[in-house]
Design a protein around this ligand. Structure first.
Ligand SMILES: [Zn+2]
Length: 62
């Protein structure tokens, strides 16, 4: 546990990489409600290349 606050740095020049297939993510696919393993979350984020789930969200992403 660190006392140091997390710093957010906007880097539009860097592409995130999928932790599963290690391809660059130029976009992230999302799926809303009804995903059977995602109770309590509204949105599922997944890789467009391998379709593995990257994370869950509350559906406030614009
Ligand atoms: Zn992937």
């Amino acid at each position: 546990m660190s006392e140091k606050p997390l710093t957010f740095i906007k880097r539009d020049d860097l592409l995130p990489i999928c932790p599963h297939c290690e391809k660059e993510l130029t976009e992230v696919h999302t799926r809303s409600k009804g995903f059977p393993i995602a109770h309590g979350t509204n949105v599922v984020y997944f890789c467009p290349h391998c379709r593995k789930v990257i994370g869950f969200g509350q559906g406030r992403m614009l």
